[in-house]
Ligand binder design. Structure first.
Ligand code: HOZ
Length: 429
C-alpha cells in the first residue's frame, strides 16, 4: 500500500490534475490502490515520496536502459542546459544525433526529430498517405502507436488497460481509415490488401509488440509484411519506440533483417528526456517540409538538452554493449519466474526477448491481442502489490512490458528472485 506522503500527494493531485495524473496508467486503476509518487531514481532503484526504495523494472516504461540518473547522461544534459535550454533554431548536436541514428539504423536515410513517439508515429502515417496518395492504414490489434486520432483504434497500452481502446472523440470517419487486423496473421493482411485494393497507404507495426504486453512476431511474419507492402505499393512502417536500441544497438529490423520504408523511434533515443524521431527512405522523407508539402513542426523538436541526453546514452550503449548480459539476466529471471509460479500453482505465460518481458496471468500462449486479453488483470494486480510490498516496482498494468537496465547487477537480480518467489507464494493456491 502507498505510504502516507504518496496518498497525500495523490489527494492533492486529484484537485488539480485530471484523475491526479498526467498519463492515465499512472493512476494505478489497473492494479488498484493509491499510486506511489516518486521523488528520485538512481541506478536500478526508485525512491518514493515516503522514502521507500524499490528495485525498478518499469524504468519509465522503457527509456532507462542504463538505469536512473546515469552520471554521464546527467552531466551531458547539465552541460547542454548551461548553454541554454532551447533555441528554436538548429544546433550541431541535432545533426550528430541524426548521424548516430542513421549509422545504427541504416534504413533511416533521412531523419526528423520530434518530442514524443505519438508525434513521430502520427507524422509517419501522414507522410505515408502523402507519398502513396492513399488514405488507409493497416494496424494490428493491441499495438499502440501513441494517441493520434486515427491510431487510437484497438490500441494497446493504457487504452487497453483502461478498457477504452477505441477512444471517445475520434470521428468515426477517421477511425475508418484504420484497418485493424490480428497481430501475427499474414493471411489476414493479404486478404485486406485484396479487399481494399489500391487504397492502403501503410502497414504500421511494432516489430515486437510490447504494448499488449510483450508479444513476439512469428517466424516469417515481418518478412511477409515486407513482401505484401512492396507488392501492393504500400509503405511498411516499423514502430520501434520500444524496441529501438533496446533489443540491440539499432532496432529489431537489424535482428529480423527486414528493412522498413519508415521507422519510428522514441524512449531510449532521448535518454529519458522527451525526444523521438521518425525517418526512412530518402525519396519518402523528402516530402516532409521544408523539402516537401507534408507539414510537421515543433518548437521543442530536437531540444538541445534532450539531444545531449540521447547522444550520451547512445554513446554509452555503443561502447559498453550491455545487450548480451541484459539478455542473459532477463532469460534467467523469466525461467526462475516460470518455476516459482509453477511451484505456487499460479498459471503464467512469460513472453521475453532481449531485456523486455511480460508475465501474463494465463495458462494459454500469447501470440496476439486475443491471447493477451485472456490474461487475468486482477491477478496481475495482486502480483504487482505483492512485489511492491517487497520493494520491487513493476509496470502498474498487465498489458505492458517490464524492463531490465544495465544498472541491475547480480545482487539486484538475487533480490528480485527472492521477492518474486515470495510474491508467487503469497498468491498460490
Ligand atoms: N507508452 C508507454 C508504454 N506503453 C506507457 C506510458 C504511459 O501511458 O504513461
Amino acid at each position: 500500500m502507498a505510504g502516507l506522503a504518496s496518498r497525500r500527494a495523490f489527494k492533492r493531485a486529484r484537485r488539480v490534475l485530471v484523475g491526479g495524473v498526467n498519463s492515465p496508467v499512472r493512476a494505478f486503476r489497473a492494479v488498484g490502490g493509491s499510486p506511489v509518487f516518486m521523488r528520485r531514481g538512481r541506478g536500478p532503484r526508485l525512491e518514493d515520496a515516503d522514502g521507500r526504495r524499490y528495485l525498478d523494472f518499469c524504468l519509465s516504461w522503457g527509456p532507462l536502459i542504463l538505469g536512473h540518473a546515469r552520471p554521464e547522461v546527467v552531466a551531458a544534459a547539465q552541460a547542454a542546459l548551461r548553454q541554454g535550454s532551447s533555441f528554436g533554431a538548429s544546433t550541431e548536436a541535432e545533426v550528430e544525433l541524426a548521424e548516430v541514428i542513421r549509422q545504427a539504423v541504416p534504413s533511416m536515410e533521412l531523419v526528423r526529430l520530434t518530442s514524443s513517439g505519438t508525434e513521430a508515429a502520427m507524422s509517419a502515417v501522414r507522410l505515408a498517405r502523402a507519398f502513396t496518395g492513399r488514405d488507409l492504414t493497416i494496424k494490428f490489434a493491441g499495438c499502440y502507436h501513441g494517441h493520434a486520432d486515427s491510431l487510437l483504434v484497438a490500441a494497446g497500452s493504457g487504452a487497453l488497460t483502461l478498457g477504452i481502446p477505441d477512444s471517445a472523440g475520434v470521428p468515426k470517419a477517421w477511425a475508418r481509415t484504420t484497418i485493424i487486423l490480428p497481430y501475427n496473421d499474414l493471411p489476414a493482411v493479404a486478404a485486406a490488401f485484396k479487399r481494399w485494393k489500391g487504397r492502403v497507404a501503410a502497414i504500421l507495426v511494432e516489430p515486437v509488440a510490447a504494448n499488449m504486453g510483450v508479444v513476439l512476431p512469428r517466424d516469417g511474419f515481418l518478412q511477409g509484411l515486407r513482401e505484401l507492402a512492396s507488392r501492393h505499393g504500400a509503405l511498411l512502417v516499423f514502430d520501434e519506440v520500444i524496441t529501438g536500441f533496446r533489443v540491440c544497438y539499432g532496432g529489431y529490423q537489424k535482428i529480423c533483417k527486414v528493412s522498413p520504408d519508415l521507422t519510428v523511434l522514441g524512449k531510449i533515443v532521448g535518454g529519458g528526456l522527451p525526444l523521438a524521431a521518425y525517418g526512412g527512405r530518402r525519396d519518402v522523407m523528402r516530402l516532409v517540409a521544408p523539402l516537401g508539402p507534408v507539414y510537421q513542426a515543433g518548437t521543442l523538436s530536437g531540444n538541445p538538452v534532450a539531444v545531449a541526453a540521447g547522444l550520451e546514452t547512445l554513446r554509452l550503449l555503443k561502447s559498453e554493449r550491455p545487450y548480451p548480459v541484459l539478455e542473459r539476466r532477463t532469460r534467467d529471471l523469466a525461467a526462475a519466474m516460470r518455476a516459482a509460479a509453477s511451484r505456487a500453482n499460479v498459471p503464467v505465460t512469460i513472453n521475453a526477448i532481449a531485456s523486455m518481458f511480460t508475465v501474463f496471468f494465463t495458462d494459454h500462449p500469447v501470440p496476439d491481442y486475443a491471447g493477451a486479453k485472456q490474461a487475468d488483470a486482477k491477478v496481475y494486480g495482486r502480483f504487482f502489490h505483492a512485489l511492491l510490498e517487497r520493494g520491487v516496482y513493476f509496470p502498474p498494468a498487465q498489458w505492458e512490458a517490464a524492463f531490465l537496465s544495465s544498472a541491475h547487477g547480480t545482487a539486484d537480480m538475487a533480490l528480485m528472485n527472492k521477492a518474486m518467489t515470495q510474491a508467487f507464494e503469497s498468491m498460490g493456491c
